[in-house]
Design a protein around this ligand. Structure first.
Ligand SMILES: NC(=O)c1ccc[n+]([C@@H]2O[C@H](COP(=O)([O-])OP(=O)(O)OC[C@H]3O[C@@H](n4cnc5c(N)ncnc54)[C@H](OP(=O)(O)O)[C@@H]3O)[C@@H](O)[C@H]2O)c1
Length: 287
């Protein structure tokens, strides 16, 4: 099977490599060509335009930054013409209503559309451990689950298009809430002169512990945020998507509204493209 991959960023690259490793023919398109110049050596073809990538694939895996990028890459007139008879599997994090709109546009262009957002990051792709959530029909799930197993062992059908996108937002809200809460507690511990190891020892034994705390602790202690797995820019995008969606269903979002300016400040400080745990700098600025 020939697969086109749109968007070769932090996630798109290892995903294209996984597809190749599982014996598929892979053609990628990336806006910044320099970033993919090494891929032909690994047997992955590089297309000069989205339309060219689409022509090379029976199906297209989309791992672009956001809805705007999807519009620019997949829905520009030349690319749109190539959607007929092809299946678009949208795997980035976008809003449920955005995903439903893409479904309508792709179907109108004669293509098929499903969403398959993922939880997990670069390591989980490489180890085929992503949690893949599918929004589509049972028939689409049956058709594409085999392909999605290249990324994670057990893709799950959540419901129709939009439902998996909403579930992904629910999960990413927790990423934002956890890093904000942990940054604040760690900040107090440090400023009160309490040993961090004592704090962590007690936390680990309690029901409050979350593995994300342990994972991010070294970065926070060293204030080292380079080589990101997931950027502050994208977490801010996801918080905004959550706030927008939650407003339409009548939730009180005060807690997340408290986190949002912290991420905004992180991004304004020039930390948009480093690891999202740089939010610690907004909570507990270095002296
Ligand atoms: N990183 C993670 O751990 C993770 C996990 C799960 C889900 N996600 C989601 O998956 C998606 C991709 O994440 P990522 O971390 O791989 O992001 P990334 O490293 O920032 O890559 C984004 C990709 O989108 C392209 N792009 C951005 N704006 C564009 C535009 N206007 N026109 C054309 N191409 C554009 C970039 O091209 P250039 O190279 O030219 O900039 C790049 O290929 C996001 O929705 C993210 O929220 C990420």
């Amino acid at each position: 099977m020939n697969i086109a991959v749109m968007g070769v960023g932090l996630m798109g690259r290892p995903m294209a490599e996984r597809l190749k490793a599982t014996g598929r023919m892979v053609t990628v398109y990336n806006r910044t060509a320099d970033k993919v110049a090494d891929l032909p050596k690994a047997g992955i073809a590089v297309a000069a335009s989205p339309a060219e990538a689409l022509r090379a694939g029976d199906c297209v895996v989309v791992m672009l930054a956001d809805a705007q990028a999807i519009r620019e890459v997949l829905l520009a007139p030349a690319a749109r013409q190539e959607l007929r008879g092809r299946t678009v599997i949208q795997m980035g994090t976008i809003g449920p209503r955005e995903s439903q709109e893409f479904q309508r546009v792709v179907q109108a262009a004669g293509g098929d559309y499903l969403e398959a957002p993922v939880l997990g990051s670069i390591t989980e792709v490489k180890e085929q451990r992503l949690l893949v959530m599918v929004g589509g029909t049972a028939a689409q799930f049956e058709q594409w689950a085999g392909l999605l197993k290249a990324f994670g062992p057990e893709p799950r059908l959540i419901g129709s298009v939009g439902s998996a996108a909403a579930l992904k937002l629910a999960l990413n809200q927790l990423i934002a809430a956890e890093i904000a809460a942990f940054s604040l507690s760690l900040g107090l511990v440090q400023r009160e002169g309490i040993a961090v190891e004592t704090f962590m020892d007690i936390l680990r034994q309690s029901a409050l512990f979350a593995p994300a705390f342990e994972k991010k602790l070294p970065r926070l202690l060293q204030r080292a945020y380079t080589d990101p797995n997931f950027s502050a820019r994208h977490l801010l995008k996801d918080v905004d998507l959550f706030l927008k969606e939650a407003a339409t269903v009548g939730l009180n979002v005060s807690s997340l509204e408290g986190v949002r300016p912290l991420l905004g400040k992180t991004v304004e400080q020039g930390l948009a493209d480093v690891d999202y745990s740089a939010l610690f700098e907004a909570v507990n600025p270095g002296k």
